[in-house]
Design a protein around this ligand. Structure first.
Ligand SMILES: Cc1ncc(COP(=O)(O)O)c(C=O)c1O
Length: 491
């Protein structure tokens, strides 16, 4: 018999489980011709004895080899090296192979888009200032998952498959009709609703359906960069208008409409991204009347409507009379968890019908179980309870951050407290380039995710950070400003 005990050298310090080490060594011996087709392999009991290992370890190794077809087990007889050796089969435990990159870069021409935002830092800092994300620690995710699991167990699958999943679960659309009417006075039916994978997919679909090559679309500047990218990718030409403390400058919108046909205006009326300002009532009225006069479509991105602190939020533009020319977009990712990819679009039925066809081309349908589970959360009043609780917590965090900024960083920064949302837009004195500040903060364990170098400003997401983390973040920033001040003085 082949001296298997000498062939198989186990590395007890390796992180790789012993049964995988054995499987790897034996497969390499087969691959290299050391073990020929038909060679008998010792029984698991014998090999276990030879190697002084538990029999179960050898059985697991043999199972792995058998699954990969390196060996053939003849029940109650013997195990031999397979005659059809699976040379081309990938072996996940062969790390050298799996780590090799996928051949050469693509040679054929293909479309390329610029990466938006900063390249991700591989090294994760202790504290991360995000661009305004919810605190998933307080989200009712457990409840959602419990419902999700029970839906799967009850095999709702067949029912879901019968529905038009590309438009979204009937249960969620039904709940949303009431939810949107109660929370923001929006009139709709289930036919006016499309559930999408986050608000982002709604922006993409609207853009695909509306814009022909060369069409003009008006956006604010600065703007949510991913929307700009989508509009340009669809062939749209961006016209940028200013955004001040009252939101999008609608007088500039009017001037542009007088000069050229404008197909659409993209607006984020509650808490414009990135500057967080709210579109004033006067400007809302004017934008609506301009839309009627110049026949442009309003894409109303109301992605964080649900978080308002100082007063009641304004009703969406889509709530007003508008002859069907408003596409209203919302999201649950900002309410529950950014990884929960559920957003929605409300529009006229003829538009939604086409959007469903387009959506199907990239995604046959969303996660029906999750959508049904969310419908349950809304139906049971859990979503409302969560919103009430999280709003209270976020307001405290916002106030705490406001105090810290005022007390410790006021010589270096300027900001306005937003009426809602989950971030404060912090402008930094141009003497302190944000890029440098960011690098320095990173060395002290603080990562700032969303900086705007043109405006030397960044979004300080407060919702996801405990008050103690907010305090630590400000202490680090204060240190960084002090250090940079010294450098500036010496220049
Ligand atoms: C202004 C704006 N619109 C839309 C989105 C996309 O939201 P979702 O995560 O629901 O796709 C974001 C995400 O941050 C956003 O900032």
């Amino acid at each position: 018999m082949f001296p298997f005990d000498r062939l198989i050298a186990i590395d007890k310090n390796s992180k790789k489980p012993i049964y995988l080490q054995i499987a790897f060594i034996l497969s390499e011996a087969i691959r290299n011709g050391v073990l020929q087709a038909g060679t008998p392999i010792p029984s698991s009991r014998d090999l276990a004895k030879q190697l002084n290992l538990h029999r179960k370890t050898i059985v697991a190794a043999y199972e792995e080899l058998s699954a990969q077809e390196w060996i053939t087990v003849v029940p109650r007889k013997k195990t031999v090296v397979s005659s059809n050796i699976p040379i081309l089969q990938p072996k996940k435990w062969n790390s050298e192979q799996t780590l090799r990159p996928y051949e050469n870069p693509m040679q054929a021409p293909f479309k390329k888009q610029q990466v938006i935002g900063l390249q991700k830092d591989n090294r994760l800092a202790e504290i991360i200032i995000d661009d305004g994300r919810p605190d998933i620690r307080i989200s009712p995710i457990d409840l959602l998952l419990k419902t999700y699991r029970s839906l799967i167990q009850r095999r709702y699958a067949t029912q879901n498959l019968e529905q038009n999943m590309a438009q979204g679960s009937l249960a969620l659309r039904t709940e949303l009709v009431t939810y949107l009417a109660e929370s923001r006075g929006l009139n709709s039916t289930i036919d006016n609703l499309l559930i999408t994978s986050g608000a982002q997919m709604s922006i993409y679909l609207s853009s695909q359906l509306l814009l022909e090559r060369g069409d003009f679309i008006i956006v604010g500047t600065p703007n949510y960069p991913m929307a700009n990218q989508v509009f340009q990718q669809s062939g749209g030409r961006l016209i940028e208008v200013d955004v001040d403390q009252y939101g999008l400058d609608v007088d500039q919108v009017e001037k542009h409409c007088q000069n050229q046909p404008v197909k659409a205006v993209y607006v984020i009326p509650h808490h414009h991204y990135p500057t967080t300002v709210t579109l004033s009532v006067e400007r809302r009225m004017k934008l609506l009347s301009l839309s009627k006069k110049y026949h442009f479509v309003i894409i109303e991105d109301d992605y964080d409507y649900d978080y308002h602190y100082s007063s009641s939020p304004y009703l969406p533009l889509a709530t007003a009379q508008h002859r069907g020319n408003i596409i209203y977009i919302g999201s649950f990712s900002k309410v529950l968890d950014p990884s929960l990819r559920i957003g929605f679009m409300v529009a006229s039925k003829n538009f939604i019908d086409q959007a469903v066809i387009f959506r199907k081309m990239i995604d046959i349908g969303g996660d029906g179980y999750m959508q049904d589970a969310l419908a349950g959360l809304i139906r049971e009043g859990e979503l409302k309870r969560h919103l009430k609780k999280s709003k209270r917590i976020y307001q405290l965090r916002k106030d705490h951050l406001d105090q810290l900024l005022r007390e410790q960083l006021s010589p270096y920064i300027s900001y306005r407290i937003p009426s809602g949302g989950m971030a404060i837009w912090v402008g930094v004195d141009p003497q302190y380039p944000l890029f440098q500040l960011r690098q320095l903060a990173l060395t002290l364990g603080l990562q700032i995710n969303d900086i705007n170098e043109t405006h030397n400003a960044f979004r300080f997401g407060f919702a996801s950070l405990h008050e103690k983390d907010l305090s630590s973040a400000i202490a680090i920033l204060s240190k960084c400003f002090n250090q940079l001040s010294k450098t500036i003085e010496t220049i």
